[in-house]
Design a protein around this ligand. Structure first.
Ligand code: PEP
Length: 253
């Protein structure tokens, strides 16, 4: 059966020292009070090796926030999937709306990144989601369908099964405006139905679909209670241990 996952996305926050402090505290807190879900922290590239070492013996996974669309070579400033994997990280966020919007990441580029991540045994946390104008025009399903089809649907079922999906309505990211649990459930059920159509029911039932967008300790329980919401991708609330723990506890009775 699919896993429940809460993954933090630090974005461009935390110095190395601040990041180390946060994960040490998180490790202690989650050792004392075991989570009822998988927990992952996705950090800036330069933090990965240190964070992965600290979390090596822990119940917390580590991920990057991006990786290059090229294998290696003369791409100054880029970080390859192999480099990410060599730090001990096991996950990589791909297709985040901020990367699509500010760094021109197209469906084709993301396809390359997904292939390279999988080739290096990283689990992509692949983000999809509509902007406000698309939601207001009731085009969210077709937008999300296109994002899935254009970057992922060339994968064989065996490779697709290794992905984690994250539905992140762009209008809810960092805005304090969360999707209602009904909106989240409707979209997650739609995504699962699309995956079932393409890859079959078994693959769809085993695919973890996370919700992201202003998820916090006050709304996590209701969101995670939706049958097709398998956890969260968490930005702002991942930057403080108490808040992140509050979200993780959304899976507790
Ligand atoms: C995100 O960046 O993936 C995110 C969901 O951010 P926030 O929780 O701050 O809305």
């Amino acid at each position: 059966m699919r896993k429940n996952i809460v993954a933090g996305n630090w974005k461009m926050n935390k110095t190395l020292q601040e990041g180390i402090e946060l994960v040490k505290e998180l490790k202690d807190v989650l050792a004392a009070d075991k989570p009822n879900c998988d927990v992952v922290v996705c950090t800036p590239f330069i933090h990965l090796a240190s964070v992965a070492t600290i979390l090596e013996v822990s119940n917390i996974g580590v991920g990057a926030e991006n990786c290059a669309d090229k294998v290696s070579g003369a791409y100054t400033g880029e970080v390859s999937a192999a480099m990410v994997a060599s730090t001990g990280a096991k996950y990589v966020i791909l297709g985040h709306s901020e990367r699509r919007a500010y760094y021109g990441e197209t469906a084709e580029i993301l396809k390359e990144k997904v292939n390279l991540a999988l080739a290096n045994d990283l689990t992509p946390i692949f983000c999809i989601g509509e902007v406000l104008a698309e939601r207001e025009a009731e085009k969210q399903n077709e937008v999300v369908y296109a994002q899935l089809a254009e970057s992922l649907f060339d994968l064989p079922a065996e490779e697709f099964s290794k992905l984690v999906l994250a539905y992140e309505p762009v209008w809810a990211i960092g805005t304090g405006k969360t999707a209602t649990s009904q909106q989240a459930q409707d979209m997650h059920a739609y995504i699962r139905s699309v995956v079932a159509e393409k890859y079959g029911k078994e693959v769809a039932d085993n695919t973890s679909i996370l919700y992201g967008g202003s998820c916090n300790p006050s709304n996590a329980k209701e969101l995670f209670g939706c049958p097709d919401v398998d956890g969260g991708l968490i930005g702002g609330a991942a930057l403080k241990v108490a808040d992140f723990k509050g979200v993780i506890d959304g899976f507790k009775a």
